[in-house]
Design a protein around this ligand. Structure first.
Ligand code: IVH
Length: 705
C-alpha cells in the first residue's frame, strides 16, 4: 500500500529497529562481542519485518531485513551437513581414559591401536571438495546444519582451492573436516591492535578464530592469518584403512595436517603421552585443550559406531586448567578513573599457562577477606579461560605467625582523601575529583582510541603534563601550546608540533566519542552511541530528564540516573563546559535515512505536547537534523511558546517558521518529498506548501494559518 500514511510512531519505531539491528550486527560480526542473545535479536528482526511488510514504503535497500535471508538471524546461509558433525566424549582423568579403552576392548575382543592427535582449540569446519575442487565451507553449527562460509574458508591461506593428487583424482564429493585456529602470536598482535582501537579483546584463540571466520567481509578473514589442521574425510579414500593412513592421505592431497600425531600400537604408552602433552602444551605456537584418542582402524570405527552425540571410537582427554604456586610479595591498591580503589596482589613471578604472571587482581575488599589473602602467603594461581590470571586459594600451611590480615586503607594512596564504601556496595572509592591518580586515569581515558583518540599522547607524557601542572583538567589538553609541550624532557620542536597538531585534529569528535570520553560511570562506547543517536546533540542530552534518558532503547534506569547525575553534577557540568570553552565541538550523531533527510529544523520556545529532547528525537528518527542555531540553510524553525531570538533571526533571514500545531501535523504525515521541500524552500514556495503565504511568519506557539 504505497502512499498509505505511515504514522509517526511506526516510522520512528522502524528507524529505531534498523538502528538497533545494525548495531547488533556490528557487535556480532565485526567486534564478535554480541550483547544480546540470538533470541532477542530475532525478536527485533521479526518486528521490523512485520512493519516493513505492513508498510512497504518503509523498506530501504540497506535495511537489515534485506541483507539477511528472511527469518535468519545471521547473514550466512544455513547448510545441512552430509553427515552430522558429532562432538566427542570427554575424559578428565587417567581412569576415564582406561574406561574408554576397556569399552573398546570388550566390544572388539582385543586392545585397539590408537591414534593420538592434539585437540586444537579452534573452530570445527567442514569443507566439501567435488572432483578435487573446493565447493563449500561450513561451520559446525548445531551439528546437523551449519553456516555456509565458503568465501571465508577460501580466505584461509592454507586451505587449498583444489586438492593435489591423490585428492584431485577423486571424482566424487569429499567432506573434509578439521579445525581452523589462530596461532597464539597472531592473537597477541590482533589484541594489541584492538586494544589500541579501544575495542574489546578476544578472550582466547578459539573465540578469535570463530570471530574471524564468521566475518561478512572475507578480506577481514584474510587479514586474520588463520590456519587449519584437518583430520577426517568422508567417505574415506580408496585404499585408506586407518586413521593414521588417512592423515597421511590428507597431507598428500595438500591439506594441512598436524605433524604432532602418534600411532600407539595396542594403545600402549597413552598415559605417558597425555602427561607429556599436559606439561608441554604451552610450548606449542597454538592453543590445545586436550588430546583426542581415536581407534586407528576404520573398520573398527565403523563397527563401534556412534551414539546421537559422539562416536564410540574416540575420546577427548581434556587438560585440567594449569595451577601454579607462588608467594604474595605485597598487596597494593590502585585508584581507577572513577575513583574505585582495587587491591592487587604483587606476586613472585611464576609461569602459568605459558606466560609470566606477576600481578593478580583481588577485585575488592570482600574478595580479599573471603580468601584471606595476606602478604607473604603461598597462593595458587591459575588462568581463567587460560588468559586472565586469578588467585584460586591461599595455602595457609606456609603462613608465619607474624602475618596479619589485609586492611583496606582508609586514605587514598594517591591524594590521601578519606576513602568511602557505600553500604551495599563492594567497591571502595576515593571521592576527590582532583585526585591525581583519577585525573591521570581520566586523561588516559579521554585520549584513548574509543574516546577523543589523540595519537601519541601516552601515559608517560600525560604524567609529565600533570606533574608539571600544565594539565589539571582534560580541557587543558586542548589549550596546550608547543612551548608547553617542550617543557617535557625529550620533547623537541618537531614532536611538540606534531602533538599539538594531533590534539587540534581531534577538536571535533563525534558526539558518541565525546560522551564516552567524559568517563561517565556505566557509559561505555555502546551506550555513548545509543545516547548520541537518540539525542543527536549535546544540548539535547543535557536537557533530558531521567525518564527521557531511561526511555532510550538499551539504556536502563541505573544508566539513565548515572548520566543525569553526571551532567547535572558540579564536576560533570564543569568538565563539559570547560571542554566546550576550550574549543571542543562534539559533532551531531550520524544521520538516519528517512523522509526528512536533508532537512534542518531548529526548535525554539516551549512546545506543549512534547519535550525539546523528544521533538529532536522525532526529527532525527525521520532522518532530519535538529540544529541549535538558525542560518540561511535552516529549512524551518519550529516555534513554541515564548520563542525568542531564534525566531527573530528566522524572520530576518526569511526562514520559514512552523507553529507547534503544524509541526505536529507534519510529523504525523511526513510524506512531503524532502527534495521538493528543499527546492521549495530555496524558491520561496515552502511557506505556501506548509500552509502559510510566503514571507509570513507565525509567532509564538499560537499562530494560525
Ligand atoms: S575428531 C566425530 N579430532 O573437538 C568426532 N576433533 O569436542 C569428530 N577437535 O567438534 C571430531 N581437534 O571441533 C577431532 N584432532 C581432532 C580435533 C577435534 C579439535 C574439536 C572438533 C570437535 C570437537 C569435539
Amino acid at each position: 500500500m504505497p502512499g498509505a500514511t505511515v504514522s509517526r510512531e511506526v516510522r520512528a519505531r522502524a528507524a529505531e529497529l534498523r538502528r538497533q539491528l545494525n548495531h547488533h550486527n556490528y557487535l556480532y560480526f565485526v567486534l564478535d562481542a554480541p550483547e544480546i542473545s540470538d533470541f532477542d535479536y530475532d525478536q527485533l528482526l521479526r518486528e521490523l519485518q512485520a512493519l516493513e511488510s505492513a508498510y512497504p514504503q518503509l523498506r530501504t535497500k540497506d535495511s537489515p531485513t534485506q541483507r539477511v535471508g528472511a527469518g535468519l538471524a545471521t547473514p550466512f546461509r544455513k547448510v545441512r551437513h552430509l553427515s552430522p558433525m558429532r562432538s566427542l566424549a570427554n575424559a578428565f582423568t587417567e581412569t576415564d581414559v582406561e574406561q574408554f579403552r576397556d569399552r573398546v576392548r570388550r566390544a572388539m575382543g582385543s586392545d585397539a591401536d590408537l591414534v593420538a592427535e592434539l585437540k586444537m582449540d579452534g573452530l570445527a569446519v567442514s569443507i566439501t571438495y567435488s572432483r578435487g575442487e573446493l565447493r563449500q565451507g561450513a561451520t559446525r553449527g548445531d551439528g546437523e546444519t551449519g553456516e555456509e562460509i565458503t568465501a571465508n574458508v577460501r580466505a584461509v591461506g592454507e586451505i587449498p582451492g583444489s586438492l593435489a593428487p591423490p585428492g584431485a583424482s577423486d571424482s566424487g564429493t569429499l567432506e573434509i573436516r578439521g579445525e581452523v585456529y589462530m596461532p597464539k602470536e597472531v592473537l597477541a598482535g590482533l589484541n594489541r591492535t584492538r586494544s589500541e582501537l579501544g575495542m574489546e579483546l578476544y578472550a582466547n584463540c578459539r573465540n578469535a578464530a570463530a570471530g574471524s571466520l564468521r566475518q561478512l567481509d572475507p578480506e577481514v578473514t584474510r587479514s586474520r592469518h588463520l590456519r587449519a589442521f584437518f583430520y577426517s574425510c568422508d567417505p574415506p579414500p580408496p585404499g585408506v584403512h586407518s586413521q593414521f593412513e588417512l592423515l597421511a592421505w590428507l597431507e598428500g592431497a595438500g591439506l594441512p595436517v598436524n605433524p604432532e600425531r602418534r600411532l600407539l600400537p595396542g594403545g600402549r604408552g597413552v598415559v605417558e603421552l597425555l602427561a607429556d602433552w599436559q606439561a608441554r602444551r604451552h610450548l606449542l605456537p597454538y592453543e590445545i585443550d586436550g588430546v583426542v584418542l581415536k581407534v586407528d582402524r576404520l573398520a573398527w570405527q565403523e563397527e563401534l559406531g556412534a551414539d546421537s552425540r559422539a562416536p564410540r571410537w574416540a575420546v577427548a582427554y581434556k587438560f585440567p586448567p594449569e595451577e601454579r604456586e607462588t608467594r604474595v610479595l605485597e598487596i597494593q591498591v590502585s585508584v581507577g578513573r572513577t575513583g574505585a580503589v582495587t587491591p592487587l596482589a604483587v606476586l613472585e613471578p611464576v609461569l602459568v599457562a605459558g606466560s609470566m604472571v606477576s600481578h593478580v587482581t583481588l577485585h575488592n575488599e570482600d574478595q580479599v577477606k573471603a580468601k584471606d589473602v595476606r602478604v607473604g602467603d603461598r597462593v595458587v594461581i591459575r588462568k581463567a579461560g587460560d588468559v586472565i590470571p586469578e588467585l584460586v586459594r591461599v595455602l595457609s600451611a606456609g603462613r608465619t605467625a607474624a602475618s596479619t590480615e589485609f586492611r583496606m586503607p582508609t586514605r587514598c594512596p594517591s591524594c590521601e582523601a578519606g576513602l568511602v564504601r557505600e553500604p551495599g556496595e563492594a567497591v571502595t572509592r576515593c571521592l576527590n575529583p582532583l585526585c591525581p591518580a583519577q585525573v591521570q586515569r581520566g586523561l588516559e581515558h579521554m585520549v584513548s582510541r574509543g574516546a577523543i583518540d589523540i595519537d601519541r599522547m601516552g601515559p608517560a607524557i600525560l604524567a609529565e603534563l600533570v606533574s608539571r601542572r600544565l594539565v589539571r583538567t582534560p580541557a587543558d589538553l586542548f589549550r596546550l601550546s608547543q612551548s608547553d609541550l617542550q617543557q617535557i624532557p625529550g620533547m623537541g620542536e618537531r614532536s611538540s608540533r606534531q602533538l599539538v597538531a594531533a590534539i587540534q585534529a581531534r577538536r571535533r569528535p563525534s558526539l558518541a566519542r565525546f560522551l564516552y570520553a567524559l568517563g561517565i560511570r556505566h557509559v561505555g562506547e555502546r551506550t555513548a552511541e545509543l545516547l548520541a543517536a537518540h539525542f543527536g546533540t549535546l544540548e539535547g542530552l543535557r536537557s533530558a530528564s531521567v525518564e527521557e534518558l531511561a526511555a532510550v532503547g538499551g539504556v536502563g534506569p541505573v544508566l539513565a540516573g548515572s548520566v543525569h547525575h553526571f551532567v547535572h553534577s558540579d564536576g560533570g557540568a564543569a568538565l563539559i563546559d570547560q571542554l566546550l570553552e576550550a574549543g571542543v565541538e562534539p559533532q551531531g550523531a550520524a544521520r538516519i535515512e528517512g523522509p526528512w533527510r536533508g532537512l534542518t529544523l531548529v526548535l525554539t520556545g516551549t512546545l506543549s505536547r512534547r519535550s525539546r529532547a523528544e521533538a529532536e528525537a522525532e526529527i532525527r528518527a525521520l532522518g532530519g537534523t535538529s540544529a541549535s542555531s538558525v542560518s540561511r540553510k535552516t529549512t524551518a524553525v519550529v516555534a513554541g511558546a515564548s520563542a525568542g531570538s531564534k525566531l527573530a533571526t528566522a524572520t530576518r533571514l526569511g526562514v520559514p517558521v512552523l507553529d507547534e500545531e503544524r509541526f505536529e501535523r507534519w510529523l504525523v504525515a511526513p510524506e512531503l518529498d524532502p527534495a521538493e521541500l528543499v527546492e521549495e524552500r530555496d524558491s520561496g514556495q515552502l511557506h505556501e506548501s506548509l500552509g502559510f503565504p510566503s514571507g509570513e511568519v507565525q509567532r509564538g506557539g499560537k499562530g494560525t494559518n
